[in-house]
Design a binder for this molecule. Structure first.
Ligand SMILES: C=C(O[C@H]1C=CC=C(C(=O)O)[C@@H]1O)C(=O)O
Length: 378
């Protein structure tokens, strides 16, 4: 499907397609590529109005939606029915870890403090993340990183977004990743989401791997952590949707690095004018990236971590009819405009029963998706 055509006009912050499309989202059921830019939008409310007026949009929402979004009105939205075709796994220049932010011991200390707080206050769950700064010896090509992410994922998940629409600080900056988590998808009146929460590492030995999956499915701590996300989604969707179908319990899903607990939800949209973008804004941030209660968890995260930028936000598109898909922005990295500096984040849901050392290990495993794509573990 294609929506309109327009030149790739160049204004100061405007993303361009000079080095490949400014937005690509590869999914098992299809790839959406935005070609050309007719406008940029940093205010999601304006984007909602533009979609209601019959325009398509694509891009990224930040974790804290009070910060600028990176959305474009594309000249043309190309939608295929297969993941991004990748014929060969391209080489990338050498990438090395500069430092972890905070240092691993400090992340463990933060988790310990959070566990105390979870036991003593009304906070039930909080997702704490840490970051890693990496350096490339030569400029990284985001197209090569995207191809490696898509090639490494049996489901073909991957995204690459030019963040320039968010303002001068983001000019030429790219967000690349491979998210397994569907925040929201709208196809006509059908609304689906697939929240994930609760994790265990994979193992190269099939028997040990299967045992890790079984243990996750029975883990009270992980089932509790997961339940907050499902409850939150049901609550956020209720005013906008009817017939919300929730399976009796979560199912196991996998990425090459991790097992996750996931719950596929399905609902019917009450008002056909409510677009995929509006639905994404209504449910974000879910307790898969923030916590429960949302406000208390958000305050805790901002106080402990500071800003997250586009990590733990949403990346996706909405077409002129309001259909679209938004993924939770995880398993990703920001590549600086010079292609040399990289910043990646990984987080995990903390509940009262969390163990700080396991939580640190979980974030290390989650970094594996982007580290492998950057060749750090080659
Ligand atoms: C916050 C992240 O993952 C979320 C998605 C799946 C499982 C999660 C968990 O088990 O904590 C997180 O909620 C991340 O990858 O940075």
């Amino acid at each position: 499907m294609t929506t309109g055509t327009a030149p790739n006009a160049a204004t100061p912050n405007q993303p361009t397609d000079c080095a490949g499309p400014h937005f690509v989202l590869s999914r098992p059921h299809g790839t959406v590529t935005a070609h050309g830019v007719t406008g940029t939008i940093s205010d999601p409310t304006e984007a909602v109005a533009r979609v209601r007026a019959g325009e398509a949009i694509a891009g990224a929402l930040p974790f804290d939606v009070r910060e600028p979004a990176a959305l474009t009105v594309p000249g043309r939205l190309e939608i295929t029915s297969a993941p991004l075709p990748v014929t060969a796994r391209p080489e990338v220049p050498a990438v090395t870890v500069r430092r972890y932010l905070p240092a691993p011991a400090e992340h463990t200390r933060r988790v310990t403090d959070a566990v105390t707080r979870l036991r003593e206050t009304s906070l039930r769950k909080v997702v704490l993340a840490r970051a890693v700064e990496l350096d490339a010896t030569e400029p990284l090509d985001h197209r090569a990183v995207l191809a490696r992410l898509v090639a490494a994922d049996p489901n073909g998940n991957g995204y690459s977004v030019d963040l320039g629409a968010a303002g001068d600080d983001h000019r030429g900056v790219r967000l690349v990743g491979s998210s397994p988590e569907v925040l929201i998808r709208r196809q006509g009146a059908t609304v689906t989401c697939h929240p994930l929460a609760g994790s265990a590492p994979r193992d190269s030995d099939p028997d040990r791997d299967a045992a890790l999956g079984r243990a996750l499915a029975e883990s009270t701590k992980d089932l509790t952590e997961h339940s907050y996300v499902v409850e939150s989604l049901k609550e956020s969707l209720a005013p906008l949707c009817s017939d919300i179908e929730v399976p009796p319990g979560p199912v196991l899903t996998t990425t090459p690095q991790l097992w996750h607990l996931g719950t596929p939800l399905r609902a019917t949209l009450r008002d056909p004018h409510v677009s995929a973008l509006e639905l994404a804004l209504a449910v974000h941030p879910t307790p898969a990236v923030c916590g429960t209660p949302t406000d208390e968890a958000m305050r805790t995260i901002l106080a402990v971590e500071g800003g997250r930028g586009f990590y733990a936000g949403a990346v996706g598109w909405t077409d002129a009819s309001g259909d679209g898909e938004w993924m939770v922005t995880i398993r990703c990295a920001r590549i600086a405009a010079d292609g040399l500096g990289v910043l990646a984040h990984a987080g995990g849901g903390i509940v009262a029963a969390s163990e700080p050392d396991s939580e640190l290990d979980e974030t290390t495993t989650k970094f594996g998706t982007i580290m492998a794509a950057l060749g750090v573990m080659d």
